[in-house]
Design a protein around this ligand. Structure first.
Ligand code: G
Ligand code: G
Ligand code: MN
Ligand code: NA
Length: 251
């Protein structure tokens, strides 16, 4: 059981850190981006994945503060990579509902980007469809403000939510991240994957397939015109210093 007090202490004592999962251009095989994934080195419980503390952070509201730290650290790390000549890289950060609705997300993003000294265009926020339904007009206004700042906006786990496809075109998005269930089913159920890729392109969005676990999926995705991919087969989430080595290796 993870307690709120523990999480507060963790934030104070720098016990959270970020892993980065590479995102690949499926044509060239190059890494162009990274998704930041938070972890917690708990003093007694050991290394905790987000599934063990994000829900509680969300319930208690601490996710707003944690989310601020994640944004700051992801931007700082991105700046480090740029300074080492390993960029420019697009770093994606997951945004929770509470962080979007109860915090000052625009202010958080502006502060993180400015403190790190990077341009907003190198930060991507991943939001889910379910987060948006609470108040679509207000959500669009917030997203537009973020876009004005140059920040990129992706729909995470795309295809699993409830928003209508027609409503998508009114959102100021830059990318769709296709949920890994569709990647997993690609050999048997390729029509949904093809439809999403086509839709994304029609809307002028980048499209990335998540959860690539086999080479055959890469081939199918290329055939369907999907240009970007992420998944265990291509690269697992890893520490920043290991990611640095991958970037240096492809230079
Ligand atoms: O790494 P893992 O598979 O355990 O991640 C599980 C979930 O945790 C994913 O849905 C992911 O989006 C979420 N997650 C990872 N890092 C963060 C973060 O920094 N903030 C939020 N809100 N969610 C995150
Ligand atoms: O919900 P979100 O897309 O943010 O979830 C990201 C999580 O998905 C990460 O925690 C990451 O560990 C996990 N993940 C990334 N690639 C794969 C994959 O190829 N297969 C599976 N099962 N999970 C993956
Ligand atoms: Mn994600
Ligand atoms: Na996802």
């Amino acid at each position: 059981l993870v307690l709120l007090e523990d999480m507060r202490a963790g934030l104070r004592e720098n016990a959270f850190f970020l892993d980065y999962q590479p995102q690949f251009d499926l044509q060239t095989g190059n890494i162009f981006g990274a998704e930041a994934l938070v972890r917690w080195q708990h003093p007694e419980l050991g290394l905790l994945p987000p599934s063990e503390f994000i829900p509680h952070a969300e319930e208690t509201g601490l996710v707003v503060e944690l989310g601020q730290w994640v944004l700051e650290e992801a931007c700082r790390q991105n700046k480090r990579w740029q300074s080492e000549g390993l960029g420019p890289l697009l770093v994606g950060v997951n945004v929770s509902a509470r962080q979007f609705w109860d915090g000052d997300l625009v202010g958080q993003v502006r502060a993180a980007v400015q403190a790190a000294g990077i341009s907003g265009e190198y930060l991507e926020l991943e939001i889910t469809e379910s987060l948006l339904i609470r108040n679509r007009d207000v959500a669009i206004a917030t997203m537009s403000e973020l876009r004005d700042f140059g920040v990129k906006l992706a729909i995470d786990d795309f295809g699993t939510g409830y928003s209508s496809l027609a409503a998508l075109k009114h959102l100021p998005l830059t990318r769709l991240k296709i949920d890994r269930i569709f990647t997993g089913d690609i050999s048997s159920e390729c029509s949904i994957m093809q439809a999403i890729i086509t839709l994304g392109k029609e809307l002028g969005l980048s499209v990335i397939a998540e959860g690539i676990e086999e080479e055959a999926q890469v081939h199918a995705l290329r055939r369907f015109g999907c240009d970007e991919g992420q998944g265990f087969h291509l690269g697992r989430p890893m520490r920043a210093d290991q990611f640095t080595k991958c970037l240096a290796g492809q230079r």
